[in-house]
Design a protein around this ligand. Structure first.
Ligand code: NAG
Ligand code: NAG
Ligand code: NAG
Ligand code: NAG
Ligand code: NAG
Ligand code: NAG
Length: 293
């Protein structure tokens, strides 16, 4: 056993060595690291909860180099160098995605798609600059946190092909910049939020293969940029809203494998851009609307 005095001496020596290291060879790195320790510690926390890295994606995540040089990390080009992108797609990473990433408040893109992440979605409510969130093709479970509606710049949200449960956050309409929304192939239940129809920047909505119930929101006709709508493979009931025929730019409309009933509205015949229309496996009756030739 060492005495407390010896231990203190040892600690002092270590500190001295560290300081020398910082002021010497690795001058640049050390000073920069201290500039924004929030980002550094967020990434270290994230790295800690990775249990599996078969392809060595994180092998250069080493505190002797600045984190802006770590694989998958991209920073702002001016000081203080803050993390702008974290992209680690398709590396077969396992473990959980820590909510420490929610402290990277300069983050614009988070892409951890095509991995084997498990556990809940991270809480990212403070990421006001986040534009792209790709967590598709993982094994994430639990609910979509309401706090996601705080990421007011979010334009691309893809959480598809996971095991998410619960409802689509009803306040999704706060994300007025949303353009690409893909929540397909999960176990999301409840209704499609009616206010989705107010997200006028939407171009793609894919909610297919979930457990959604209730009716198709009647007022989606404000979505003038929408060209892709896939609600197939749910348990939607009621009629096809005639106003879907006002979606002038719609090219792909998939409503198959639901429990829709009634006749196919004539208005669908007004969809001049339509390339594909799949309505099979419902309880629809009557005739197919005449399409202008
Ligand atoms: C990341 O995790 C690995 C494995 O646990 C570890 O060896 C490495 O030092 C960690 N890197 C950082 C920057 O924390
Ligand atoms: C980092 O971002 C810059 C500018 O946005 C881009 O030119 C560069 O290709 C990116 N680097 C990586 C590794 O993604
Ligand atoms: C939402 O954003 C505000 C403003 O940036 C922040 O104060 C608040 O803590 C955030 N809420 C959540 C749940 O992250
Ligand atoms: C929407 O995006 C534009 C540019 O992409 C940006 O200028 C604007 O602030 C964003 N709006 C909101 C509500 O975040
Ligand atoms: C949505 O995600 C699923 C599963 O990841 C994918 O197969 C599908 O092509 C995506 N939809 C669109 C419109 O990109
Ligand atoms: C829609 O997107 C454009 C840029 O693509 C942006 O300038 C505009 O602010 C967005 N609209 C809304 C309502 O956020």
């Amino acid at each position: 056993m060492r005495s407390p005095k010896q231990l203190a001496k040892l600690a002092m020596l270590l500190l001295l060595a560290l300081l020398l290291l910082c002021n010497g060879v690795r001058n640049v790195h050390c000073s920069r690291i201290h500039e924004n320790s929030v980002d550094l510690h967020s990434l270290i926390e994230f790295n800690k909860s990775i249990t599996d890295d078969p392809q060595g994606a994180l092998s250069n995540w080493d505190t002797t180099t600045h984190f802006c040089h770590w694989n998958g990390v991209n920073c702002t080009t001016t000081p203080p160098f803050r993390v702008k992108q974290l992209k680690l797609s398709g590396w077969n990473l396992g473990g959980q995605i820590t909510s420490s990433l929610g402290n990277l408040n300069f983050l614009e893109t988070l892409d951890l798609s095509y991995n084997n992440f498990v556990g809940p979605l991270p809480i990212l409510g403070n990421l006001q600059r986040l534009q792209t969130l790709y967590l598709y093709h993982n094994r994430l479970n639990g609910m979509i946190p309401d706090s996601i509606t705080n990421c007011s710049n979010l334009a691309n949200l893809d959480l598809s092909a996971n095991s998410l449960v619960g409802v689509i956050p009803p306040k999704l309409d706060l994300l007025s910049n949303m353009s690409y929304l893909n929540l397909s192939r999960n176990s999301l239940a409840g209704v499609i939020p009616t206010k989705l129809g107010f997200l006028s920047n939407l171009t793609v909505v894919d909610l297919s293969v979930n457990l959604l119930v209730g009716q198709i929101p009647p007022k989606l006709d404000l979505l003038s940029k929408l060209f892709y709508l896939d609600l197939s493979g749910n348990s939607l009931v009621g009629q096809i809203p005639p106003r879907l025929g006002f979606l002038k730019n719609l090219e792909y409309l998939y409503l198959g494998s639901n429990q829709l009933e009634g006749s196919i509205p004539d208005e669908l015949g007004q969809l001049l851009q339509l390339e594909q229309l799949l309505l099979g496996n419902n309880k629809l009756t009557g005739e197919f609307p005449r399409m202008p030739s």
